[in-house]
Design a binder for this molecule. Structure first.
Ligand SMILES: *Cc1c(COP(=O)(O)O)cnc(C)c1O
Length: 212
């Protein structure tokens, strides 16, 4: 299969109402352009410098998502154009995004990254920290709009565990959905996006299934 064929076959497995973010990290501008020409607009990158190099060579109506851990000193580069920062993982980072967004006269949409996996290495807020952030700190950052949550399940073949982890974030999302007018629940990548959608995800981030 060609790249666009793989893209179409993945796209066909995603129900209406679920947004596909194509994770293009480590892939070339030529490959991204092929998917752009096939009609795709939402792309995710996890490294700021790689994103900066690519974006200048590609059409300006691409919606860029930042999906990886973001260092505070790099926020200034993406603040003028980023569509959605999916990896807001600390109050310190929120303060910096707010500051840079203000300079650009923007309100930047962000997802709170919530830690749902049993692995030690992933970034994010736990549920208690997320709750504290939403109730006590978010109002200090008028140039940030929290539009939802992002979570990654444990990398395990235990499907029941993955389901429970996704479900825990869906429950948390439902708790705040109305009050905060949330619209994005970003859960699921190549290995687990079908489970994530079953458990309530409305945004999936898929790389390897498409680029192979
Ligand atoms: C790389 C990455 C993905 C995509 O992973 P695939 O397994 O290639 O689909 C999704 N989310 C994040 C945060 C990533 O870093």
């Amino acid at each position: 299969m060609t790249l666009t064929e793989r893209y179409s076959s993945v796209k066909n497995t995603i129900p209406p109402g679920v947004e596909l973010v194509v994770v293009s990290k480590k892939h070339t501008v030529e490959e991204i352009k092929q998917l752009y020409d096939a009609g795709h607009r939402h792309f995710g990158e996890n490294k700021v410098m790689e994103l900066m190099d690519k974006k200048d060579l590609l059409p300006t109506d691409i919606q860029w998502h930042l999906i990886g851990h973001l260092q505070t000193n790099k926020v200034k580069y993406i603040a003028p154009f980023v569509s959605l920062i999916q990896s807001l993982d600390s109050a310190k980072l929120a303060a910096e995004i707010d500051k840079q967004a203000k300079k650009c006269n923007r309100i930047i949409d962000c997802l709170l990254e919530v830690y749902i996996a049993s692995e030690e290495t992933k970034f994010g807020f736990d549920f208690t920290e997320a709750e504290t952030f939403l109730t006590n700190e978010l109002s200090k950052f008028p140039n940030i709009r929290i539009t939802g949550f992002m979570g990654m399940a444990t990398n395990t073949s235990n499907i029941e565990q993955v389901k429970l982890e996704f479900r825990s974030l869906t429950d948390f999302y439902k708790k705040y959905e109305k009050a905060l007018a949330l619209k994005h629940l970003s859960m699921g990548m190549t290995s687990d996006y079908k489970i994530a959608i079953e458990e309530g995800s409305n945004m999936v981030r898929i790389g390897s299934a498409i680029f192979a």
